[in-house]
Design a protein. Structure first.
Length: 132
């Protein structure tokens, strides 16, 4: 419906002016939240991979120390610390070393109550299955 004001036609307001701005803001917010979720998931994967790598290296260092006669758990702890991890557990078998390490989550993920990433690894010689 049109009306005139001093001879100039004026359209009546449809009531939805500015709604595109609101929809754009909502779409931007959804995009931002999706990006944050993807980045958080990626950071969690990186932390897990760091824990696995630190556990593997610590177990190998412990097995080598076991063969050379030095304390394997001490050596495994030093190697884990050098990889940014903390040695949580170390078990010795006859000819192998099993370790459990943990890597803390980034500060942003710790605020979301994400626990540290843990990983296990074992290195050393394996007893023969056939009993030879």
């Amino acid at each position: 419906m049109t009306a005139s004001c001093d001879g100039v036609p004026v359209r009546a307001s449809s009531g939805d002016q500015g709604s595109a701005t609101i929809w754009s803001l909502c779409a931007g917010l959804v995009l931002l939240l999706t990006a944050l979720a993807v980045l958080s998931g990626s950071a969690a994967l990186v932390v897990r991979q760091r824990a696995e790598a630190a556990a593997d290296l610590a177990a190998l260092a412990g097995a080598r120390a076991l063969l050379s006669g030095s304390p394997p758990c001490d050596r495994a702890g030093r190697v884990a610390a050098a990889g940014g991890a903390r040695l949580v557990g170390c078990e010795l078998a006859a000819s192998s070393v099993s370790v459990l390490v943990e890597v803390p989550a980034p500060r942003v993920l710790r605020r979301l109550d994400m626990p540290p990433a843990r990983a296990r690894a074992r290195a050393g010689s394996q007893p023969s299955v056939l009993g030879r």
